[in-house]
Design a binder for this molecule. Structure first.
Ligand SMILES: *Cc1c(COP(=O)(O)O)cnc(C)c1O
Length: 226
């Protein structure tokens, strides 16, 4: 038969959830996520992208690994993969390293398709050392928390609409995105268009000095919603 060489793959569905979400900064809380995970059909794989988990953890955002460790007996075993990175709170973006956590049987499937040299040895050593330095992570998270409050106050003062965030960035409203983006760039401040939200820019929360510099640049280009 003509199509005898066609292999029928069983249909698999994957749900990706970015928690907290980039670019909105929104996050699902523990109760919401528990309810969702409970209701996912058994043959569906849930991938939780937790790139910003460290910043969100103090605010009631669930640790996805708990669904794999199954610390909550009310939630039946589900196919969950948790993705984490060293690029954010660990400050190692240049090393290009992260990790995934899942049950052994899921990892075994990934082993068959992953590239043999997907992370380098030096990055792995640095990542293991970074994991031990939780004091640095705490410092990142605390600085981010302070920066976040500063951004909230300064946006409010200028009447600029923004979305409260669980990450290390904030999405804010602009009337003319391209114009504001270019003018900020001209001031040496790089922001990002918020993907999927045409009237919003996304700014990373930085050091105190960088955060002040951002608002000075906004004022210099005359952007405010007052
Ligand atoms: C930053 C980020 C990651 C991780 O990026 P890497 O630097 O490639 O580890 C994953 N998901 C989201 C949503 C991110 O913002």
């Amino acid at each position: 038969m003509e199509d005898s060489h066609v292999i029928a793959y069983p249909e698999r569905q994957v749900i990706f959830i970015d928690n907290p979400c980039n670019p909105t900064g929104f996050a699902n809380k523990r109760e919401e996520m528990n309810e969702f995970i409970k209701n996912v059909p058994d043959d569906v794989l849930v991938v939780l992208d937790e790139a910003y988990f460290e910043y969100a953890k103090p605010h009631g955002v669930p640790d996805g690994i708990d669904y794999i460790r199954r610390i909550n007996p009310e939630i039946p075993e589900k196919n969950v993969v948790v993705l984490r990175t060293f690029s954010k709170a660990y400050g190692l973006a240049g090393l290009r390293i992260g990790y995934g956590v899942a049950r052994g049987e899921i990892i075994q499937i990934l082993e068959k398709v992953r590239q043999p040299f997907n992370t380098n040895t030096l990055a792995q050593i640095a990542a293991l050392e970074a994991l031990k330095d939780q004091q640095f992570v705490q410092f990142s998270v605390d600085e981010n928390e302070k920066g976040k409050q500063f951004f909230y106050e300064e946006f409010e003062r200028r009447n600029i609409r923004f979305v409260p965030t669980y990450g290390n960035f904030i999405m804010f409203y602009v009337q003319n995105r391209e114009d504001v983006y270019q003018k900020l760039l001209h001031q040496g401040v790089i922001v990002r268009p918020a993907f999927g939200f045409k009237d919003y820019l996304r700014v990373s929360i930085g050091t105190e000095e960088e955060n002040i510099r951002f608002f000075e640049a906004l004022d210099r280009i005359g952007y405010s919603c007052k």
